[in-house]
Design a protein around this ligand. Structure first.
Ligand code: HEC
Length: 404
């Protein structure tokens, strides 16, 4: 193993570590503030300008939180801003996206059987999607549509599903999932950078100048932060989906994204209602469960034999030697202790498929990746495994994956 490979492996691990930590800090504080905001109670005796109060207990102390609806009469000497959690999450996420999906576009972003495009084209489309996603969202919020939260949400949902459909027809399934995740994530962070924080700054400047700030500034920030709250769960799903080809590589992958958004929004709605001390909308769990079952059904190879699945039905008994031959000629160039495929430095995900023992260990993963779905070989079948070979793998696995 060369020094360059060791360095790049650790760099990629480090950046993923940072990304997850920053994401936890950001989403954690965002959940916290939405909870706090919804649980504030109004009663007599609150100081001037205070819109509500909440009591909380945590870590051995009692906290008395009050919210000034627009701003306090005087600017406090010390003021904590919440923004670096969001920025660090985006920066580390984008770095990872570039390092994996742009640098190895042929492996991760492109699927030649979906659309045969050059890496530079794919990268251009991806960047354009990320920028356009934000521009369209921002314009929608600022347009008259932005004054009707429900309608705005519905239009946003339809556009998101359209984007999901479009990107699954341009990129590989996993590429499309991370692309949509990156687009939503960018919208969320750009809201912090371009709306929430600048509006807050204007409020501070007004206060310092002795003017009373425009309440619309705070309201716009609040609207974006509520959107962010509802978008969180789908983004996390999309970001971790790349380990689960039934989600991203099955025939109905774009519909799965739509259903995941439904689940995320329903679940957040349940909790947000609870934080606001409203009656719990238990029906949201029925919606989430139904959407989840629909996802499972849509991803099952037998439900719809679109282009994604191969089953062993109808294939006669398969000798292990045949399966091993297929794997050696279609998989082991990457999945080996010393991969020979350009751009693959170490066995991907630690999966080595060189010996019968290794094939036995990974039998179910091989079945999921190469028969139940077409996630492997990546890039839309870079090593050109045939459908017949996929069926042989399926038949071998479905007969108990015998290894002599
Ligand atoms: C061109 C290189 C290449 C070829 C050929 C290839 N793979 Fe992979 N494989 C990868 C990469 C890269 C990953 C890691 C994907 C990721 O980062 O999630 C991977 C991941 C996997 C995983 C682990 C998935 C996970 O998320 O844990 C399995 C199992 C797998 N491949 C099986 C196969 C099988 C079976 C074949 C042959 C039919 C095959 N691969 C062919 C590059 C390849």
């Amino acid at each position: 193993m060369t020094l360059a490979i060791i360095a790049s492996e650790w760099a990629s691990f480090l950046i993923r570590w940072v990304h997850v930590i920053a994401g936890i800090a950001w989403i954690g504080s965002s959940f916290y503030f939405v909870h706090l905001d919804l649980s504030l109670r109004k009663h007599d005796g609150l100081a001037q300008g205070v819109g509500g109060e909440a009591w909380q207990v945590h870590g051995g102390g009692f906290y008395n939180m009050v919210k000034y609806v627009v701003a306090p009469p005087h600017l406090p000497k010390e003021l904590t801003w919440f923004k670096w959690e969001a920025y660090a999450t985006w920066l580390s996420g984008f770095a990872m996206f570039v390092a994996l999906y742009y640098t190895n576009a042929e492996l991760y972003l492109i699927d030649r059987t979906v659309l045969d495009i050059a890496p530079s084209t794919a990268i251009g489309i991806s960047l354009a999607g990320i920028v356009l996603g934000w521009v369209i969202y921002d314009l929608m919020c600022k347009s008259p549509l932005g004054r009707n939260d429900l309608l705005l949400g519905l239009v946003g949902f339809v556009l998101l599903v359209a984007a999901s459909y479009g990107f699954t027809k341009v990129f590989s399934g996993r590429g499309a999932f991370v692309q949509i995740g990156a687009m939503i994530g960018t919208i969320m962070v750009a809201s912090v950078a371009m709306t929430i924080i600048p509006n807050q700054r204007k409020i501070v400047i007004d206060l310092l100048a002795g003017r009373s700030p425009d309440p619309a500034l705070g309201a716009a920030g609040k609207q974006r932060s509520v959107h962010n709250n509802y978008l969180t769960l789908p983004v996390v799903f999309l970001m971790i989906s790349n380990h689960y080809p039934l989600a991203f590589a099955s025939h109905w992958n774009w519909l799965i994204i739509a259903l995941v958004v439904v689940i995320g929004v329903s679940v957040r709605h349940f909790y947000n209602s609870g934080h606001a001390h409203k009656p719990s909308p238990w029906w949201t769990w029925a919606v989430a469960a139904a959407a989840f079952l629909a996802i499972v059904f849509l991803s099952a190879p037998s439900a719809f034999t679109g282009r994604s699945a191969a089953t062993g039905a109808g294939v006669q008994k398969v000798a292990f030697s045949e399966v091993q031959e297929i794997i050696t000629s279609r998989c082991s160039m990457c999945h080996a202790a010393q991969p020979v495929w350009e751009g693959v430095g170490v066995p991907p995900k630690g999966v080595m498929l060189e010996t019968p023992d290794q094939i036995r260990t990974h039998a179910s993963a091989i079945y999921v990746q190469a028969a139940a779905t077409r996630a492997m070989p990546p890039g839309g079948n870079l090593t050109e495994i045939s459908d017949e070979d996929r069926r042989l793998i399926a038949a071998w696995y479905e007969s108990g994956a015998p290894v002599p």
